[in-house]
Design a protein around this ligand. Structure first.
Ligand code: RUB
Length: 309
């Protein structure tokens, strides 16, 4: 897929979910580098930077996207020939994709340990990492049942219930507003993340915070499944994670909205779940309480505070 096509597919959500977005962006960068026909290394770096900026500008919340792109672009720092720089970038991109796929497998293994035979789980949106844990528990022979939400306005719950159904997992499909009604029937909430702040707050699909709040009230544990590259380094400096607000026509058709001049439609795609409503974050490096988010940024993302300034 061409760079501009990948960027458009991420923006219009044909490619969606923070992990998939990161991998698609890295693959698009690699493809662009492979075909970039320039002779001067500075021009190569500059063109690659423009490509990187195009990709990172597509969706603002999933921090996996800039983290992935930046980690691959770092490969260009120390080369002075186009061929050497190209090779280094291609190697780094391949390593990222491999690491990302491996991370999903590790998270599934670690997350499944927290699921017991007979558990009733709830999930929201469509997270490859969260679903990986549920599918792995099922694969191990644990009998699980899932409540999956619809996920207004884009309906990602449909993708989730198809996957669960294909695996033969008993699933209840509910509207988002039925979460509190059913929360007492649930043993464990499993969700993914688009970004995790240094204080352990989790940014995920709009509605996650309400679910976590209901779970907290019902004393039901909330587990977040997230690769370490979903942690947001710049939050160390107090930077807030931008919440994407999408086209209002996803919520109300434009022709209806036109008839209602006093009505303003709002469509935030994500919300922030405070760390105190999160019991555990399962990463490929192990499961941590949200209070240890800083150590992930320090120890696994390789960011130095000086670099962030
Ligand atoms: C997807 C979403 C997912 C996270 C984690 O939102 O909120 O829960 O991205 O997914 P959208 P994963 O559909 O708007 O991209 O675990 O697959 O990275």
């Amino acid at each position: 897929m061409l760079l501009s096509e990948t960027a458009a597919s991420i923006k219009n959500m044909e490619i969606r979910g923070a992990g998939r977005i990161a991998r698609a962006a890295v693959e698009a960068l690699a493809d662009y580098a492979r075909n970039l026909d320039v002779s001067d290394p500075e021009t190569f770096k500059q063109e690659m930077q423009e490509a990187a900026d195009l990709l990172t500008g597509t969706r603002p919340t999933a921090v996996s996207l800039p983290n992935a792109v930046r980690s691959v672009m770092r490969a260009l720092d120390s080369f002075d020939s186009v061929e050497a720089a190209r090779d280094a970038l291609l190697l780094s991109a391949a390593e990222f994709v491999e690491h990302s796929e491996h991370a999903i497998e590790r998270i599934a293994e670690i997350g499944a340990r927290h699921i017991s035979d007979g558990d009733v789980l709830m999930t929201h949106c469509n997270s490859e990492a969260a679903l990986g844990c549920i599918l792995e528990a099922h694969r191990q022979g644990k009998e699980v049942e899932v409540y999956a939400t619809e996920v207004r306005p884009r309906g990602q719950g449909l993708i989730t219930i198809r996957t669960l159904n294909d695996a033969g997992i008993r699933t209840n499909y509910i509207v988002d507003s039925a979460v509190r009604y059913f929360i007492n029937d649930v043993d464990l909430v499993f969700v993914g993340a688009d970004a995790i702040a240094v204080n352990g707050a989790v940014v995920n699909k709009i509605g996650t915070a309400q679910i976590a709040h209901a779970a907290h009230e019902a004393r039901t544990n909330v587990i977040v499944a997230a690769e370490t590259y979903k942690f947001a380094p710049r939050t160390i400096l107090g930077e807030l994670i931008e919440i994407e607000e999408r086209d209002t026509a996803e919520v109300l058709p434009a022709e209806v909205a036109k008839e209602l001049p006093f009505v303003r439609v709002r469509n935030p795609a994500f919300d922030v779940t405070p760390a105190e409503y999160v019991d555990l974050i399962v990463t490929e490096q192990g499961a941590i309480p949200p209070g240890l988010a800083f150590t992930v940024i320090r120890d696994y993302l390789g960011w130095k505070i000086e670099e962030l300034r």
